[in-house]
Design a protein around this ligand. Structure first.
Ligand code: G3H
Ligand code: 13P
Ligand code: ZN
Length: 307
């Protein structure tokens, strides 16, 4: 059953848990997330980035998600992740596929972010579609930024109050020190929990944590054992994700951990079974590992049993 982001995040906020939002690019990842959600009885957010749309097609991904949503009794949100291209977000709204979109104006000057988010909210709400916006800049895959740049990029609580008042968005992605990708930090993870607490006290919309993958040691070890060069990869420890949820995070975005699981599954299988050429056999361990990762996340986020 397809449902709006607002509904499941309002429930999560009241229940003090978070819902996992998983990036999907292909059938196997979608199947893994759905199978985890079924066994955990968890609500689920399936999200497609601009890159996923470029890779697989909006219509194609939408067909997969809509079919999966029709076949389950679980609440499923279909979300556009990091819509930076204003026109693509409008296309996504008009398509009727998505129950939620993210307009990511975080790299724009503040006034322009407000203006564009406001327009997206007006168009989306007219079609009962929820809007996630971003304030502060969550670093990208390769951007190792200095301490002062990191500080300047973080979400300011007082600006968040003004942003919500002006835009009317339904959820806000906050920058508190997480980063996208597998290489999040050189030393230990150091999230700004004081800032998160201040933001959560200042505004009432549900908060979103991007760049939240943990790079699980066992799966990373399997990747590196079979040749993947991610020895220096480091993620956010589970304990810090848990703490962020107690402080008001209601949606946690995961992509990297599913990519690592996919990679680990494929590499091990190909090394151990060099005679197999059937893609269904090759992809099965990858799918199983992604399912296990998604189940772990649902328990960690507290959304297991909340469907
Ligand atoms: O936050 C971004 C997600 O990890 C999506 O990555 O743009 O490579 O699909 P992508
Ligand atoms: P990770 O790269 O930490 O998985 O973050 C994914 C994300 O934020 C997608 O929007
Ligand atoms: Zn993100």
């Amino acid at each position: 059953m397809l449902i709006s982001l607002s509904i499941i995040l309002t429930k999560a906020q009241k229940g003090r848990y978070a819902v996992g939002a998983f990036n999907i690019n292909n059938l196997e990842t979608l199947q893994a997330v759905m199978s985890a959600a079924e066994s955990e009885r968890s609500p689920i957010i399936l999200q497609t980035s601009e890159g996923a749309i470029e890779y697989a097609g909006m219509e194609e991904l939408a067909a997969l998600v809509h079919l999966a949503a029709r076949k389950t009794k679980l609440p499923v949100v279909f979300h556009l992740d990091h819509g930076k291209n204003f026109n693509l977000v409008i296309t996504a709204i008009k398509s009727g596929f998505y129950t939620s979109v993210m307009f990511d104006g975080s790299s724009l000057p503040y006034k322009e972010n407000v203006q564009k988010t406001k327009t997206i909210v007006r168009l989306a709400h007219a079609k009962k579609i929820s809007v996630e916006a971003e304030l502060g800049l969550i670093a990208g895959k390769e951007d190792f930024i200095s301490v002062s740049e990191r500080e300047a990029a973080m979400t300011q609580p007082s600006q968040a109050v003004d942003f919500i008042k002006q835009t009317g968005c339904d959820a806000l992605a906050v920058a508190i020190g997480t980063r996208h990708g597998a290489f999040k930090m050189k030393k230990e993870s150091n999230l700004d929990f004081e800032r998160l607490k201040d933001i959560a006290e200042a505004i009432s919309v549900p908060l979103v944590l991007h760049g939240a993958s943990g790079v699980p040691a066992r799966i990373k070890a399997q990747c590196t054992k079979y040749g993947c060069e991610i020895a220096s990869a480091k993620g956010i420890p589970d304990s810090q994700i848990k703490k962020a949820i107690t402080l008001g995070i209601c949606k946690v975005n995961i992509d990297t951990d599913m990519r690592i699981a996919f990679d680990a599954g494929i590499r091990k299988f190909l090394k151990e079974k060099p005679g197999v050429i059937d893609p269904r056999e090759i992809l099965k361990p990858a799918k199983d590992l992604m399912t296990a990762v998604a189940c772990h996340k649902m328990r960690l986020f507290g959304c297991s049993g909340k469907a």
